[in-house]
Write a protein that binds this ligand. Structure first.
Ligand code: FMN
Length: 260
């Protein structure tokens, strides 16, 4: 099992990194108990060269390889492709994601059109001084869901400016819960049984690309995956119940009328 933890804080011993470390340690324990080999990589986005999106739309119109910015985004994308799960961790800055995470997210915006992360799990984590994490988690959830990830849960922690070593055990139960959820969902291949909301999001996207005039890069990509074929209900053959898939198809069709 491979987990990629993307951390959006410059502080390598800050609140966010410490909780990610706690989650990683707990996952290693679970992996040992289940004799499952685990690779848990902590990737600090601050160590990566990620230039701001210029909005040229080359990734949308001609594919991500056409992006004029030559930096570490393809390397990060390769790590995301290789991982079974993504732990996305951000401190709250002014009631939302840190700029590091938003910058990374903007550069991967093409995944909103071409959701290549189907079958993988994601877990968003936000740490905050004294305010709320809801807005930050919503931003993360919306992107991850649209990229195709199966959302396993979410955690928001109030930690002050910098939690002291004495205070850290207070966050252990939340870290354990996140680790258990991520580990078990991947180990039991539960992403193969997508949530209703994932099926619905897929249907909305599918209808949008089916209605596009032929010829766009995105549409050709969907076609190449076989996802525009009549009767295709998800980006891989889901283990969802027929009832859930049918309801999601109907709800998705109704939502697409409003949204597209
Ligand atoms: C630029 C900046 C903006 C922040 N904005 C908020 C905020 O809007 N609300 C809040 O409660 N805490 C805010 N904080 C506090 C951090 O969210 C909190 O301390 C977080 O756990 C820090 O994580 P880190 O140690 O991983 O960097 C802010 C901190 C910084 C540096």
């Amino acid at each position: 099992m491979k987990i990629l933890a993307c951390i959006g804080s410059y502080r390598k011993k800050g609140n966010t990194a410490r909780v990610v470390q706690m989650i990683g340690t707990r996952m290693q324990t679970l992996a040992a108990q289940h004799t499952t080999p685990l690779e848990f990589e902590m990737l600090f986005l601050s160590d990566m060269d990620i230039r701001p999106c210029r909005g040229c739309r080359a990734c949308f119109d001609r594919g991500e390889d056409a992006c004029p910015l030559k930096d570490d985004i393809p390397l990060i994308r390769a790590k995301m492709d290789a991982a079974d799960g993504l732990l996305l961790a951000s401190p709250v800055y002014v009631d939302d994601l840190s700029g590091l995470v938003k910058n990374w997210m903007d550069r991967l915006a093409y995944l909103c059109h071409r959701p290549a992360m189907g079958g993988k799990c994601a877990y968003p984590l936000a740490t905050v001084g004294g305010g709320a994490t809801g807005h930050t988690l919503r931003t993360m959830n919306a992107a991850l869901l649209t990229w195709g990830y199966h959302l396993v849960g979410q955690t928001g922690l109030k930690m002050g400016a910098l939690a002291s070593a004495d205070e850290l055990p207070r966050y252990q139960p939340a870290a354990d819960k996140a680790a258990d959820k991520l580990f078990n969902t991947i180990a039991q291949q539960k992403a193969q049984n997508p949530a209703f909301v994932s099926l619905l999001a897929f249907k909305v996207q599918q209808l949008a690309w089916q209605r596009e005039p032929p010829g766009s890069y995105d549409q050709a990509w969907w076609q190449a995956q076989g996802w525009l074929a009549p009767g295709c209900t998800f980006d891989f053959l889901p283990r969802s119940s027929r009832v859930k898939a049918t309801l999601a198809r109907l709800a998705g069709a109704a939502a697409a009328q409003v949204l597209t």
